[in-house]
Design a protein around this ligand. Structure first.
Ligand SMILES: C[S@@+](CC[C@H](N)C(=O)[O-])C[C@H]1O[C@@H](n2cnc3c(N)ncnc32)[C@H](O)[C@@H]1O
Length: 181
């Protein structure tokens, strides 16, 4: 996970099967496991749960393969993991994590009644989601331009098949022009 995923594709596409396979390697790297454990311990510390040995019910947002879930379990808490990527959730299932797993998008609301959970943690999922929300226009424009180009290329091809004289395709095809040159 060296390049920021939010710059490449939506998470449910970025964390596809090949990424999940990478994640299997990721979960077997002792260095990454150690870093995740430290981050999770810090996240639990920040939750400032009462120090009374009572197990709490925590939501783990963007649980992926469930690495941080292990720390939550070690601290004696129960947890439920939410992730948008079915491939990543499958990795967590294969790893037989202790938490229950939900497939869903944190951006669509969690559907939990108030007071059901005692706290939530997220290791680099909420941060990624927030930063990608700050770039919606650019992503939409890319999609729109891609679709527009596809449409223009299809129309040009149809016109060529009818025997019309159609200019060759180039990198400028379907590019939006400014109102004045
Ligand atoms: C950097 S990985 C974290 C991996 C996790 N800590 C682990 O132990 O494998 C980020 C995770 O957040 C998930 N994610 C990204 N956007 C999400 C969203 N909108 N809703 C739910 N999960 C999301 C991704 O599918 C990915 O599994």
């Amino acid at each position: 996970m060296s390049t920021r995923p939010e710059l490449q594709a939506p998470p449910e596409i970025f964390y596809n099967d090949s990424e999940a396979l990478k994640s299997l390697k990721y979960t077997s790297s002792s260095r990454i496991v150690e870093i995740q454990a430290k981050l999770s311990e810090r996240a639990l510390e920040l939750l400032a749960l009462p120090d009374d040995d009572v197990p709490r019910f925590l939501l783990y947002i963007g649980c992926g393969s469930g690495l941080s879930g292990e720390t939550i379990s070690e601290y004696g808490h129960q947890w439920i993991g939410l992730d948008i990527s079915s491939s990543m959730v499958n990795v967590a299932v294969e790893r037989e994590v202790e938490g229950d797993l939900l497939l869903g998008d944190m951006g669509q609301g969690l559907g939990l009644r108030a007071g059901v959970i005692d706290g939530a943690i997220s290791i680099s999922a909420v941060q990624v989601w927030v930063s990608s929300r700050n770039r919606p226009r650019k992503m939409q424009r890319t999609n729109k331009n891609g679709k527009r180009r596809e449409w223009v290329l299809r129309k040009k091809e149809q016109s060529r098949r009818k025997g019309n004289d159609v200019p060759a395709d180039s990198k400028y095809t379907a590019r939006k022009r400014k109102s004045r040159f």
